[in-house]
Design a protein around this ligand. Structure first.
Ligand code: HEC
Ligand code: HEC
Ligand code: HEC
Ligand code: HEC
Ligand code: HEC
Length: 185
């Protein structure tokens, strides 16, 4: 009798547990995050090309220095009170949100974990960084891809949108604060 034959039952059991663990390990993040389409087919490209809009027209620091983030409907309704074109997307947007005066429930792509402190003001006003430096070409995109929503917490956004190394590398190069407590609270 070989060792395998003698312990066949146990070996198969352990192998089964390992396979199940590996499958769960891979499937958990996939199952935990749901890919959700954005409510409105917004095109950055159309707005910068056809409407001549600047980033700051929609994403700005408020007078008190706080970051306004994703624009609310009042940034859209000025132009879209009347149809600007004839596309089905625009009609759906006007009928669904502008006319009834409803806010758009946008899903965020970039969001850091709760324990990380990040301020746009420090990076835009003090460090004079361009949006592209951290967000790539998202501001020139023609379509918004699906966002990632956590089924458990309900939050959207990838917590690893920008990893700690990227923050620390630039802070090191530019001599910005790099102690744990500069970014973690
Ligand atoms: C007409 C208004 C408008 C203009 C102009 C505009 N944006 Fe946006 N932007 C939006 C809206 C609406 C969203 C919401 C999509 C979403 O949920 O991410 C968005 C989302 C983004 C996001 C993604 C935020 C996230 O969810 O992580 C980035 C980055 C961004 N814009 C950068 C830019 C840059 C850079 C420019 C200038 C080149 C720009 N935007 C110009 C309206 C605008
Ligand atoms: C130094 C990197 C960096 C730069 C530069 C930067 N961002 Fe961000 N952005 C981030 C991070 C990190 C988050 C996630 C913030 C959070 O979780 O609170 C974010 C989130 C956002 C969001 C979505 C949610 C929110 O915070 O309101 C928008 C919209 C956005 N950025 C637009 C811009 C635009 C437009 C510019 C240029 C004017 C810009 N960002 C410059 C790193 C950056
Ligand atoms: C400065 C004026 C202006 C502002 C502000 C503006 N838009 Fe537009 N929007 C336009 C123009 C111009 C078009 C192109 C119309 C066409 O030629 O079909 C357009 C097109 C659209 C379309 C149709 C896109 C497509 O694929 O055909 C949607 C949806 C839209 N806008 C949503 C928004 C939202 C959401 C906001 C606010 C965050 C906004 N717009 C702010 C001028 C504006
Ligand atoms: C310049 C900003 C910055 C500094 C400095 C920094 N962190 Fe982070 N840290 C982040 C960001 C952003 C994240 C979230 C993204 C990620 O997980 O990479 C993070 C995530 C983490 C996580 C969670 C990792 C995970 O996978 O969930 C730990 C633990 C952590 N940091 C510990 C530290 C410690 C300890 C220090 C000091 C030695 C430190 N950090 C310094 C920005 C920073
Ligand atoms: C491309 C370069 C760059 C990247 C990427 C970057 N930062 Fe910074 N950050 C800076 C610079 C430069 C300053 C200093 C601004 C000043 O005070 O002049 C700064 C300042 C800060 C401050 C303010 C520190 C203080 O003095 O209070 C915090 C917090 C911070 N960054 C967090 C982050 C986090 C978190 C990330 C990643 C998600 C990040 N930064 C990514 C360049 C960067």
């Amino acid at each position: 009798m070989t060792v395998f034959q003698k312990h066949r039952g146990q070996i198969l059991f352990v192998a089964g547990v390992l396979v199940a663990l590996a499958a769960g390990w891979r499937a958990f993040p996939v199952l935990r995050f749901q890919r959700v389409p954005q409510p409105v087919a917004f095109s950055h490209k159309i707005h910068t090309d056809k409407a001549g809009a600047k980033c700051e027209d929609c994403h700005s620091l408020r007078d008190d220095g706080a970051w306004a983030g994703i624009p609310a409907m009042d940034k859209c309704s000025g132009c879209h009170a009347q149809p600007m074109g004839t596309s089905a997307e625009e009609k759906r947007f006007i009928d669904g949100y502008v006319t009834p005066g409803r806010e758009i429930p946008w899903q965020v792509y970039s969001r850091q974990p709760q324990n990380v402190y990040f301020s746009h003001a420090a990076h835009i006003k003090l460090a004079h960084l361009d949006c592209r430096q951290c967000h790539g070409a998202q501001g020139e995109s023609d379509t918004l891809g699906p966002a990632r929503v956590d089924r458990i917490s309900g939050y959207s956004g990838s917590p690893h949108f920008q990893d700690m190394n990227a923050c620390e590398d630039c802070h090191r190069q530019r001599g910005a604060a790099n102690s744990c407590l500069a970014c973690h609270k």
